[in-house]
Design a protein around this ligand. Structure first.
Ligand SMILES: Cc1cc2nc3c(=O)[nH]c(=O)nc-3n(C[C@H](O)[C@H](O)[C@H](O)COP(=O)(O)OP(=O)(O)OC[C@H]3O[C@@H](n4cnc5c(N)ncnc54)[C@H](O)[C@@H]3O)c2cc1C
Length: 252
């Protein structure tokens, strides 16, 4: 997840803000208009506008018997947000069947975009994603994805707070560091799944940042692993710091 972009006036582009922690000192925010909320089939490719919500994508695929988008039913957000982070559930990722992305002034084929686990090098406005079409919407997968979510909390959250470090799980590390269920103000690492930071009422941005930094420093001290945010922190005091190279000097 990125916290710096190439947009004019230092503005920050949001989709539907499901994966963002927005602070009081945020830069100007911008959003695509409804003109980018559409789905069309053209020459046997699926063209999806970047402002299209996941629910609409799944309904369209169900109606037109199109496979591979069932997992989107359980991902809150717009296609633009999903493309930017290569959103997914386990191995089911939005880039799996991507053909190309239409940006402000160029098309980029899948092979011209760097992507990996919950990350891409997208820093420009994506207007449209163009996908390969395979037939066969599978209703049973919707249930399977629902089951995968069974261990996740229902309290308000931004989803997984940290990326899983290679070969490990952020939730396990937070739990081992004794922070599962740990609460500061009204923000807490859920006692259901430690990598979900939940708002138990009137949690503030400061509560969330204090918890985040506590987990990062404690996990680093205990395991030598720096937890990288999956959630983007949109506040000028913190932007550009979500990189291992920016970890506190005392921990280097
Ligand atoms: C309860 C919950 C569970 C979740 N579970 C999962 C999960 O299992 N797997 C998963 O991958 N994610 C999960 N998420 C995260 C979220 O679903 C995804 O990150 C989603 O892609 C966010 O979409 P959004 O439109 O809200 O994007 P935002 O949160 O608004 O933005 C996310 C990023 O995308 C960028 N962006 C948005 N639109 C565009 C665009 N048009 N062009 C370029 N960049 C753009 C923003 O600048 C920002 O960097 C979960 C979130 C919640 C709240």
């Amino acid at each position: 997840m990125i916290d710096s972009q190439e947009y004019p006036d230092g503005a920050y582009l949001i989709g539907s803000a499901n994966n963002l922690l927005i602070g009081p000192q945020h830069p100007p925010l911008m959003k695509l208009s409804k003109a980018f909320d559409y789905i069309k089939i053209i020459n046997n490719k699926l063209h999806i506008g970047a402002a299209t919500p996941g629910g609409k994508i799944v309904s369209f695929c169900k109606k037109n018997n199109i496979a591979n988008f069932e997992f989107v039913a359980h991902l809150p957000g717009t296609l633009g947000g999903m493309l930017q982070m290569n959103a997914g559930l386990k191995d089911y990722e939005i880039f799996n069947h991507l053909h190309m992305v239409y940006f402000k002034d160029e098309y980029r084929l899948l092979g011209d975009i760097e992507y990996g686990y919950r990350s891409t090098n997208i820093t420009k406005v994506a207007f449209e994603g163009i996908f390969e079409i395979e037939k066969g919407f599978d209703e049973s997968k919707i249930d399977m994805f629902r089951q995968m979510r069974a261990n996740q909390p229902h309290d308000p959250s931004a989803g997984s707070f940290f990326k899983n470090p290679e070969g490990d799980f952020a939730g396990r590390l937070i739990e081992e560091a004794g922070l599962k269920g740990h609460r500061i103000g009204d923000m807490a690492f859920s006692d259901k799944h430690a990598n979900f930071m939940v708002n138990l009422g009137k949690g503030t941005f400061e509560d969330a940042i204090t918890l985040m930094e506590l987990a990062q420093t404690r996990v680093y001290a205990q395991f030598g692993i720096w937890l990288e945010n999956e959630v983007a922190i949109i506040d000028t005091r913190y932007m550009g710091k979500n990189k291992p190279s920016k970890r506190p000097k005392t921990l280097l």
